[in-house]
Each structure stands twice: as C-alpha cells, then as structure tokens.
Design a protein around this ligand. Structure first.
Ligand SMILES: [Zn+2]
Length: 318
C-alpha cells in the first residue's frame, strides 16, 4: 500500500475515561455555559485512523476547557474503528464495516441496512440534530497541505473565511459515494442558520496535523464566541497567509488499472496551464481543463479502477 511509508509520529490517546460522557451516548460530552449562545460541536475520529482530532479533544477535556456562552459538545465518533488503531498497521482502522462519512443521507440513516458505522451514526444523529455549528476534524492519507472543506453552500464558505485559516478553503459538493456528516440535513440548507465545516489537518500521523487541528479549533471557538477571547488569543498564531478559495469542478475517475500521475503530487499543487498533463489513465493523457488547476486530495498510487484519483479545482477570487 502506498500510504504505509508515512511514519506514525503521534500517539492515539486513551479515551476510555470519556466513555460515559453526559449525553446518554457513549463518548460524547456536552458542556452548557448556562447563558445564551450557539451550540458548537467538535467531532473527532469519524475515520478511526485520523488521530489529530482525538488528540485535540483529549487536550480540551483534560484542560477543563468550558464554554463561556452557549454549549460545547465534544464527540468521538467512530470509536469502534479508533480503538482498533495499531501503529504497526495504521491504515487498517479507517472504519470497521464501511465509511462512517458516507452515511449521512436521510434515506440511509432511516433505511434497513446494518453496519457498525450505521449503528453509531444512528445513535449520534439526535445529538448532531441538536447542534448549531459543527467542526469535523479529519486528516489525510497523503502529505497534502491542510484544507477546509466548506461544502456547496455560501454559509459554509463564509464561516471558513471568517476563521482565517487554514490557507486552502475548498468549495465542493461532497462525494457521489454517499453523504458526509458535514453535508447532513440543515447544514446544506441555505435557509437554515445551522452550519458545518470539515478540516483536513494534514497527513494522518504527522505531528503538524495536531498543530493545525489545535489552531483551527481555537479559531472556530473564538469566532463563535463560545470561549473566552483572551484564552483563545493565547492559543492562536495570528500571522498566517491569506486564504485561497478553490472550487472543485470535477473528479477524475481512474478508468484503467495503470492510472498514474505525471509527477508525484501530494495535494493542493497548482498546474499552471490548461492542457498540461496531470496523469496517464492507461495511454490516455489526463489534462488540466483550465489554467491554475488545483489538485485536491490526489490518491497517488494504486487507485482502484472506477474510483476518484483526484479532484480538480479552480482558484477563485474572493
Ligand atoms: Zn477523514
């Protein structure tokens, strides 16, 4: 497998102390400030091998961080997969039966199928229904630059830009293979004020992903006014580059087993000219459809035929 050469620099925290929580759903804890304000949720380990979110939630819980106004929910999502994490086989615990982040369509949640992930998603659903704003913390298989997936609706983009980091904000419509939690229900209803972001903090097991998750979390909580501004200010690195907005226009689907990229790309590289060769799908060249084409989350090696090898995005002026 291509991804196993990434070293595991971080440790999966023991989260067993958080099992009971206080919401009636295991591994979910809500703190209520007792004053009016938004109900913010931070979610971790939607994918069981993505450690940075678990590390951040563990830090917040151990530090006793509490909301100043509104409510703050800290949720470990696919715990069954996370508990299978093994640094010797770090890719194996992404999920137990299926991808937890492709189940968030009403008909799937209400449907007849059963899986470990569906059981957990159904248990968590009332809690997700009760929140106002979600930050779903993820990481990536490849060593890509961090990015915020803000979904297809303007309010997601506005929230991502209000946070000021990470640099790359990706506007996309989600996955054909199934709906992500960040695209669930009211989160993509333009008429609703409820909102969600998904941050990809870097490579799953690199130390820097922790830092990106920490920075994004504090920016999120500060923007919502959920935490003390002075406390947040002490955590946040203020001098960051200007954000860049990338609109995903299409997915490149591998149609041959010999799909290969023209160069080793890790993600968010900009291909300067329309017509430049990005990859070879068998003997067919895959070319940039426009100037300044951004490669979003490429899967460099061994992409399965019929699956997405990379998504292409256009740089937009804000
Ligand atoms: Zn993920």
């Amino acid at each position: 497998m291509s991804q196993t050469h990434f070293p595991v620099e971080v440790e999966a925290p023991d989260i067993s102390a958080y099992r009971r929580g206080n919401t009636g759903v295991d591994y979910v804890t809500t703190f209520d400030s007792g004053t009016a304000g938004p109900h913010a949720m931070l979610s971790a380990v939607v994918h069981g091998n993505e450690l940075c979110g678990a590390i951040i939630l563990d830090w917040l819980l151990r530090a006793g961080v509490r909301p100043l106004r509104g409510r703050l929910t800290l949720a470990f999502m696919n715990v069954e997969a996370y508990q299978r994490f093994d640094p010797a086989a770090p890719s194996a615990s992404r999920f137990v039966d299926e991808d937890f982040n492709r189940l968030w369509a009403q008909d799937v949640l209400d449907g007849p199928r059963h899986s470990s992930e569906l059981r957990r998603a159904r248990a968590l659903r009332p809690l997700v229904d009760a929140i106002d704003v979600l930050l779903d913390i993820h990481s990536m298989q490849q060593a890509s630059a961090p990015l915020m997936l803000c979904g297809p609706v303007l309010k997601g983009r506005e929230l991502a830009l209000a946070l000021g980091a990470p640099v790359h904000v990706v506007v996309d419509a989600g996955h054909a293979a199934g709906k992500r939690m960040r695209d669930y229900g009211a989160f993509i209803d333009p008429a609703s004020a409820r909102n969600a972001l998904l941050v990809e903090c870097g490579q799953h097991w690199e130390r820097n992903a922790e830092r990106v998750a920490w920075q994004t979390t504090w920016r999120f909580l500060r923007h919502l006014g959920v935490v003390d501004a002075a406390l947040a200010a002490r955590q946040i690195e203020e001098s960051v580059p200007a954000q860049r907005l990338v609109r995903v226009t299409e997915a490149v689907i591998a149609s041959s087993p010999s799909f290969r990229f023209a160069k080793p790309f890790s993600g968010m590289e900009v291909v300067p000219r329309e017509g430049d060769v990005i990859a070879w799908d068998g003997d067919q060249a895959v070319r940039a459809p426009y100037d300044n084409c951004v490669l979003v989350m490429p899967v460099p090696n061994n992409v399965k035929t019929g699956l997405t090898a990379v998504r292409l995005g256009r740089l937009e002026t804000r």
